[in-house]
Design a protein around this ligand. Structure first.
Ligand SMILES: [Zn+2]
Ligand SMILES: [Zn+2]
Length: 263
């Protein structure tokens, strides 16, 4: 369980697909598998990862941009598929032969190296979860997308993390001035929608500790956001207290890799 660090590679993030690769020691897992099978394999091959070496795929919720090719990938690669019970039911996955189900807030050992804690977050008709990943060397990493607001529980678990990937979905002004109908604008802004740049900035400011080394903003809306808006809004809130690096994960990845060294 020692001396292996944790590598984080976003294969891409946005409304057209999300998937993040985590590597620790001999373990490789994907959080979400929302691209086509072909795209996912292509992106893995770009970074010299043989898809069949993926041990497990964890799906956060049933929306297509997170779940699209998860079942087919798990069957083709021989990777274990995981989700909570509600998501498995919504996907029509057989909870015994196709998918291993877990309960929210119960720590789950995915492999010898990686364990995850699923935390429920409010999102539309979905039983969505954020994930806190640890690999036994003292590093914790949080992965948070698709939520209308952060719960007290989520913030408690994000505090102290060495790495956080979190959505910054929309710029409030851009959304308001944009072409979406009012009902859709209200849904995006609501408790079950997505986080705005300023909500994300507030969350990070609130949970920031010197432990936080890397921050990835993800799931940016093409129409209602822009990378420089998301980054500047968050940096404006935390700049004085944040000594780490900030990255943006766009729809087309992978284009950067984060390595958390052993503590
Ligand atoms: Zn969603
Ligand atoms: Zn999504």
């Amino acid at each position: 369980m020692l001396d292996m660090g944790l590598e984080i590679i976003h294969l891409g993030s946005g409304s057209r697909g999300n998937s993040t690769l985590l590597i620790s020691g001999n373990s490789k897992i994907l959080i979400d598998c929302g691209f086509s099978l072909k795209q996912t394999e292509l992106r893995l091959k770009k970074i010299d990862i043989e898809p069949k070496t993926i041990d497990a795929i964890i799906v956060t919720h049933h929306h297509g941009d997170h779940s699209k090719s998860a079942l087919r990938a798990s069957k083709k690669w021989g990777s274990k598929l995981y989700s909570n019970t509600e998501t498995a039911i919504k996907m029509g996955w057989n909870p015994i032969s196709e998918c291993r189900t877990f309960a929210n807030l119960e720590r789950l050992d995915i492999s010898e190296e990686i364990s995850v804690l699923p935390i429920p977050v409010p999102h539309d008709d979905a039983e969505n979860i954020a994930l806190i990943v640890s690999n036994g060397d003292g590093n914790r990493a949080g992965f948070v997308t698709d939520l209308g607001e952060a719960t007290v529980e989520l913030k408690r678990h994000l505090k102290g993390c060495s790495h956080i990937s979190i959505e910054a979905n929309y710029d409030h002004e851009k959304l308001m001035q944009g072409p979406y109908p009012d009902s859709l604008k209200r849904r995006i802004m609501g408790r079950g929608g997505h986080l705005s740049n300023s909500q994300t900035a507030d969350i990070i400011k609130e949970i920031l500790t010197p432990n936080l080394k890397t921050l990835v903003l993800c799931h940016l809306s093409d129409r209602n956001n822009a990378p420089h808006l998301a980054e500047s809004e968050v940096l404006m809130q935390i700049a004085d207290d944040f000594g780490g690096s900030i990255f943006i994960s766009g729809q087309d990845g992978p284009d950067f890799k984060i390595v958390l060294e052993n503590k």
